[in-house]
Ligand binder design. Structure first.
Ligand code: ZN
Length: 314
């Protein structure tokens, strides 16, 4: 069985770059740990947000596709429909005030497994939750816009809307080593490595949800962390043996990745812990400059000319 350590990152298709940066940096208080381009379309930015180092399990990433004719997606079955970050339980009231003051109209979301949650809609229509959890011991990024008392600790979980959870649960258990940790209403919680914030995925059973369609305002995939490239290759072989369609190993510069779909339709990625975001810029300068992988460097001039100008405090 593969040793999946935690969530690694969640990636979404968003609209314009500047409002995305403003939301994640000014409102959520995350750190921009990398400004690069989509390696599959270098005309589009790829922003990585996270804690100080962009530790796997804290990372939220976006592709701002405004201007490229990508339609608004449909939220539905076969998709990550909500991305949840964890904050201290006692900080939810503070967050409600902060988000209300910013005009973001936070709403109570359902309490699940004893934890309360606030939900906000980001500038592209994505559902972002803050889950109050006192089980999170991770050190937050505190040099941004939120102090350490209240700051986001990292990803808490994602919620996948699934029309028929049985095959998804079996796949996650048998192929990926996740555990069914129980049910709360229509939610089944899958956990790995002991569970808790950063190590949980909720399956929301909804047999009548529309079929999801990828596009602006939807999550593209969720990635899980694995220790090494050798373990990643072994998992890939196992998935192939089991008849699952899986990509070759792709070099994402900050980690290597494989991609495959679970039976409910959600695109999963398994990404390595190393080398991380300090591989091409100093830890105290993460996110400041546009970083390109070696194979894109020859095109830096034309790439830069085609990208929207953005402003932010790095
Ligand atoms: Zn990814």
């Amino acid at each position: 069985m593969p040793d999946i350590l935690s969530l690694h990152h969640v990636t979404a298709t968003v609209d314009h770059a500047q409002p995305d940066l403003d939301f994640c940096l000014e409102h959520l208080g995350l750190r921009l740990v990398k400004k690069t381009v989509n390696f599959d379309n270098h005309h589009v930015y790829h922003f990585y947000y996270g804690d100080e180092r962009g530790t796997p399990g804290t990372i939220w990433t976006t592709f701002p596709y405004a201007g490229y004719g990508v339609p608004v997606g449909i939220k539905g079955a076969g998709q990550v429909t909500t991305t949840s970050f964890s904050v201290p339980a006692a900080s939810l009231a503070w967050w409600r005030q902060r988000l209300e003051a910013a005009g973001l109209a936070p709403a109570d979301d359902e309490t699940r497994f004893g934890e309360a949650a606030l939900v906000v809609v980001d500038p592209s229509g994505l559902l972002i939750e803050l889950v109050g959890s006192d089980a999170d011991t991770r050190t937050p990024w505190t040099a941004g816009t939120v102090d350490g008392t209240h700051a986001i600790r990292g990803l808490h979980s994602v919620t996948m809307t699934i029309a028929n959870p049985g095959p998804t649960i079996a796949f996650m258990e048998e192929r990926l080593g996740w555990t069914n940790a129980g049910q709360d209403g229509a939610r089944t919680r899958m956990t790995v490595h002991g569970g808790g914030p950063g190590r949980s995925i909720d399956l929301l059973h909804n047999p009548t949800a529309p079929r999801a369609r990828n596009g602006v305002g939807t999550v593209h995939h969720v990635a899980m962390a694995i220790g090494t490239g050798e373990e990643q290759l072994a998992l890939r072989e196992e998935l192939l043996r089991a008849g699952a369609g899986v990509t070759e190993v792709r070099d994402r510069q900050y980690f290597t990745s494989i991609y495959f779909r679970e039976p409910g339709g959600v695109l999963f990625e398994v990404a390595t812990m190393a080398p991380g975001f300090a591989v091409d810029e100093a830890p105290d300068a993460l996110g400041r400059d546009l970083k390109l992988p070696p194979w894109e460097e020859p095109h830096r001039g034309s790439i830069t000319a085609g990208l929207a100008q953005v402003r932010y405090r790095a």
